[in-house]
Design a protein. Structure first.
Length: 143
């Protein structure tokens, strides 16, 4: 009996010439590969800045370097921006909440918890994604 083969990867992964050309996987690996693909796409999107893409000027997060206000306003704005970016550019996941997670040991560390539902082949899987801003290079890392 032949196994179903499924095209795998986000649009940007399929364009990347450095990735292996084999793009299909059997269904037994589909869930883990899809989750990894979504995480890679989220990391790429959330490390992009709005206005840097000519074809999609609103792709990515706002530049919050010049933001004014308290930490609460700041983290609420970032949370809303993260949710909107994912909603608009990652259709495989439906976001329920994005919450700032304070770090008592490192108050300058920006961490967010994203809760949502991953839509995979007519199935829904609950997901929890942790997003951490790396202070060294100012990039988000997805866990």
């Amino acid at each position: 009996m032949a196994q179903n083969r499924i095209i795998q990867g986000s649009f940007f992964e399929r364009l990347d010439s450095k990735l292996p050309q084999k793009r299909s996987v059997d269904e037994s690996h589909y869930l883990s590969r899809t989750v990894e693909s979504v995480k890679n796409n989220l990391q790429w999107m959330l490390n992009s800045r709005q206005g840097c893409s000519q074809s999609a000027p609103d792709l990515g997060l706002d530049d919050f370097n010049d933001s004014v206000g308290g930490i609460t306003d700041f983290t609420i704005k970032i949370s809303q921006n993260i949710k909107q970016t994912i909603k608009q550019y990652e259709p495989r996941i439906k976001i329920h909440t994005v919450n700032f997670v304070p770090n008592k040991d490192d108050p300058m560390k920006l961490s967010f918890r994203i809760e949502g539902t991953l839509l995979i082949k007519y199935q829904k899987k609950d997901v929890l994604i942790e997003l951490v801003l790396n202070g060294l290079n100012k990039h988000y890392k997805i866990y």
